[in-house]
Structures are given as structure tokens and as C-alpha cells.
Design a binder for this molecule. Structure first.
Ligand SMILES: Cc1cc2nc3c(=O)[nH]c(=O)nc-3n(C[C@H](O)[C@H](O)[C@H](O)COP(=O)(O)OP(=O)(O)OC[C@H]3O[C@@H](n4cnc5c(N)ncnc54)[C@H](O)[C@@H]3O)c2cc1C
Length: 437
């Protein structure tokens, strides 16, 4: 039996891993770019690898933790308590503990108490269909009040979803809060975050080593042009103008790519899939000579400032690891039409520096050693209301063709953990289908 896995990101590589564990088959992996990783991809800095898009993981990342134990990489995870902050009205507030919420001056004292209680109350809310029918905005106002929404939750939703902040179903924020509250077992216990020694590429590389050792082949620079469908059955793929036949194909890139390459899929299947839109991510990584702050993560809530967060990676992993360089990520999710996407690196840098000085007035440009910009067109799915009714299943209506991508993670938040879950579950579905034949 021959199986093609499309995409060399976390979902594609974990799919290949679980196929080899559960199905007797030859596995080929096709990745469009020149390296593996996708959104978890890396670049080289001072001889070390660093994520293009900042990454950390949580203790409650169940699928990731299970797998890491299985492949004996537990020792590679570094867990730390980090300093989180929230910038608004010209002040950077520490924002990690219940006490920090009580000290959060932009809210009246009553609304600080309400904001603090809202996460706990939301975590006790039992799932119901209502969560799919109302927006996160309506839901959060119910628990945190109008002021809590305006001064805290609305800016947070804007940081994650840009202009789509008020269109996101309540189930997304409900699920996120439930997970985070659970991870702080013992009530107000501080959260720790995890990072992998040598970057998360270490994990991806381990996947590749394991699957290649077991006979899989990885083809880089091999973007899929078409999925071959004949009489409602998937027969294989076309890659770099070459036709390749397979018994099964698993597609892991974003849904929009599927719509592009699966030209013979039935229109009544494809049409609802077009409803899911994706926001782009644009990250600037600034390499500095000196430390900027003590915060690992500073959410920036100011409509005039064009970035949503500052992540000082070297406040998590010591700068000595990177030859003494300080690493600062500027995060930003953008609509595909945003002017920022067509700006040059220098243009973005100049605008960002001007706004960085609003937060850190003493910041001097000569501290900057280098800047990198990374963009991904399909970084964040924007799900419509009641998405569970149209969310595509792993098994497509085309026989022998499966799909496992970030659009199917809903209502969970996109992340390494859930891309591993995709790989695990799509293979479970395949195993059932194959054994029932
Ligand atoms: C700014 C940012 C910060 C993040 N922070 C975190 C974090 O802190 N923690 C966390 O857990 N997660 C984080 N994530 C999310 C995490 O990186 C992703 O959820 C995960 O990497 C997605 O993996 P994937 O394989 O599902 O998709 P992708 O990474 O999108 O992989 C899809 C792959 O398919 C390839 N491809 C596309 N088209 C084709 C084609 N036609 N043929 C062949 N190959 C193709 C792509 O090149 C890509 O390699 C972050 C993401 C972003 C953007």
C-alpha cells in the first residue's frame, strides 16, 4: 500500500509518524518549500535555529506531551514561569496573576473583580449549542461586563483576529479559557510555559529521522499541483508536472490550498469550505544589542500602535544561547489587503520603531543589529458562526482522500498540540476505513 502525505508541517509529519505506527504502508511526504516546519519553521541566527513565528507550549498540551513521552524527548523541554504584561494608556501592567488583575488600574475596582471572576465562571460553563450561535463579544460582555470587554477583552480579541475580532464564535474563547484555567491546577497557581532546546525544529527533525528510518521518503520543493480524482476516487497526485499514483492521500495544508488543488471535488462539498477565511501573519524579528524589558510577553492594546504584541524571547531562553543577542518578536495578524504586507522591511521597521518608542521612550535605534520579516498567508483560520455544522471531516467525500488541517482544529486554538491531534485522528479514521474493507 502506498500513501502520500501532503505538507511537511507539524500535521503532515505527525500524520506520517502515526501512519507508520498503525498502517503497513510506504509513506511519501511532499512539502512545497525548501524545508520542513510550515508555521513552526525556523531560520538560522548565530548558528542556532529560531522559529520564524514565536512559539511556546503549555503543560496542558495533551497530544504533544503524549507524543514527546513516546519518542523520549521529555528532557528537551524547558519549562519556565515567564513575565506577562499588558500595555494600555501608556503603561505596561504586569498581567499574570489574580493579584495583577486587582491592580489593573484601567478598570474600576468592581470590574477588576468581575474580570478576575469571569475566567473562573466561564470555565464552569457547560458546553451548549449557544456557544456556536453567539459571538465571543456577547459572551464576554455577559461575564466581564461592558467595561471589561472594552478595556481588556476587545483589545485581546483584536490582537488575535484583527478586524474580525467581533465575528468569532463564543465557543472559541470558552474553550481557550477552560483549557487555561485547567492548566493552573490549584486555583491561582502560576502558569509555566515550555520551549524546546534548540527550537521546535528539534521535534520536527526527530519526526523526520523516525519516519525516514522506517522507510518514508520526504520530497522538499515539491508543491502539489493537483489531486487526481477519477470517478469519485482519489488515484494520486500531480507534483512538479509528474503524475504519481497512490492508494491513499492525506492533505494537511490550509483549506484554501485544498480548494485550489482538488479540482474535481464535488461543488456541493467545496462551496461551504470557501466560507472559511484566513488571516495573514506578519512577524518582525528584531535582533538587539541590549535587553528591552523584563517581560517575555507584552500584549499591546493601543489602536494606534500597529503591532499587537512584543515577545522578548531572550527573557525565556537566555541570550547567551544566541551569542549574547537579544531577540524581540513583533506580532501582527493582518487582513490580506493590509498595506503592511506590501511594505519593504525598512518601511515596516521605521514605523515599528516609532511606535516602540511610545512604549519604551528611551529606545535607541542603534541598538538594532538586524531585522527579519516573515509572512504567512494562511496563518489563522477565521471561522464563521455555527462552523461545527460545516467543519470538514477527516474523510472527504472523495474515496481514499483525507484532509487534516488547521481549519479542523475548531473550536480549539491552532497550535503544535492540535496539529499533532490532527495527525493522530486522521490516521485513526483511515485505520477504521481500511480495516472495514
Ligand atoms: C505567529 C504565530 C505564532 C504561533 N505561536 C504558537 C505557539 O506559541 N505555540 C503553538 O503550539 N503554536 C503556535 N503557532 C501555531 C503553529 O505554528 C501551527 O498551528 C502549526 O505549526 C500548524 O502546523 P500544520 O502542519 O497544521 O500547518 P502548516 O504549518 O501551515 O503546514 C502546512 C505545510 O504544507 C505546505 N504546503 C502548502 N501548500 C502545499 C502544497 N500545495 N503542496 C505541498 N505542501 C504544501 C506548507 O509549506 C507547510 O509546510 C503559531 C503560529 C503563528 C503564525
Amino acid at each position: 500500500m502506498k500513501i502520500a502525505v501532503i505538507g511537511g508541517g507539524v500535521a503532515g509529519l505527525s500524520t506520517a509518524y502515526y501512519i507508520q505506527k498503525n498502517i503497513k504502508a510506504d509513506v511519501d511526504i511532499y512539502e512545497k518549500s525548501s524545508d520542513i516546519g510550515g508555521l513552526a519553521g525556523v531560520f538560522e541566527l548565530e548558528g542556532k535555529l529560531l522559529e520564524k513565528y514565536y512559539h511556546h507550549v503549555f503543560t496542558h498540551d495533551k497530544y504533544l506531551m503524549e507524543l514527546i513521552r513516546e519518542i523520549k524527548m521529555e528532557d528537551m523541554l524547558i519549562w519556565k514561569k515567564t513575565k506577562m504584561g499588558y500595555y494600555c494608556n501608556g503603561v505596561s501592567y504586569p498581567f499574570a496573576s489574580p493579584l495583577d488583575i486587582l491592580r489593573f488600574k484601567p478598570l474600576s475596582f468592581f470590574n477588576r473583580l468581575r474580570l478576575g471572576a469571569s475566567s473562573f465562571l466561564i470555565s464552569k460553563y457547560k458546553y451548549s449549542d449557544e456557544l456556536e450561535n453567539i459571538t465571543a463579544e456577547e459572551f464576554l460582555i455577559r461575564y466581564a461586563g461592558k467595561e471589561g470587554w472594552e478595556k481588556f477583552w476587545k483589545p485581546m480579541m483584536k490582537i488575535k483576529f484583527g478586524d474580525n475580532y467581533n465575528r468569532i464564535p463564543a465557543v472559541w474563547i470558552w474553550e481557550r479559557i477552560v483549557q487555561r484555567v485547567r492548566s493552573r491546577t490549584g486555583g491561582g497557581k502560576d502558569e509555566v510555559l515550555g520551549y524546546m532546546e534548540g527550537s521546535f525544529y528539534t521535534l520536527l527533525k526527530k519526526f523526520v529521522d523516525i519516519v525516514e528510518k522506517n522507510g518514508a521518503k520526504l520530497y522538499l520543493n515539491s508543491g502539489l499541483d493537483e489531486i487526481i480524482v477519477e470517478g469519485g476516487v482519489c488515484k494520486g497526485i500531480i507534483v512538479n508536472n509528474e503524475k504519481k499514483l497512490y492508494d491513499y492521500v492525506v492533505f494537511t495544508p490550509a483549506l484554501q490550498h485544498f480548494v485550489d488543488v482538488c479540482k474535481n471535488a464535488p461543488e456541493d462539498y467545496i462551496k461551504p469550505l470557501r466560507v472559511v477565511k484566513y488571516d495573514c501573519s506578519m512577524i518582525m524579528v528584531m535582533i538587539l544589542k541590549e535587553k528591552l524589558s523584563d517581560f517575555y510577553w507584552l500584549n499591546v492594546s493601543d489602536d494606534e500602535i500597529p503591532f499587537g504584541g512584543l515577545i522578548e524571547h531572550t527573557n525565556f531562553i537566555p541570550k547567551e544561547v544566541y551569542g549574547g543577542k537579544v531577540i524581540l518578536y513583533f506580532s501582527k495578524y493582518l487582513n490580506v489587503n493590509s498595506k503592511y504586507l506590501s511594505m519593504t522591511e525598512d518601511e515596516v521597521k521605521n514605523i515599528y520603531v516609532e511606535h516602540l518608542r511610545k512604549i519604551y521612550p528611551d529606545f535607541k535605534e542603534d541598538l538594532i543589529e538586524k531585522c527579519y520579516i516573515f509572512k504567512d498567508r494562511y496563518a489563522q483560520p477565521i471561522w464563521p458562526m455555527n462552523y461545527s455544522k460545516i467543519k470538514p471531516a477527516y474523510k472527504t467525500p472523495i474515496k481514499n482522500l483525507y484532509m487534516a488541517n488547521t481549519s479542523q482544529i475548531y473550536p480549539n486554538d491552532r497550535g503544535i498540540n492540535f496539529s499533532i491531534k490532527l495527525g493522530k485522528e486522521v490516521v485513526e479514521t483511515m485505520v477504521k476505513d481500511i480495516s472495514s474493507k
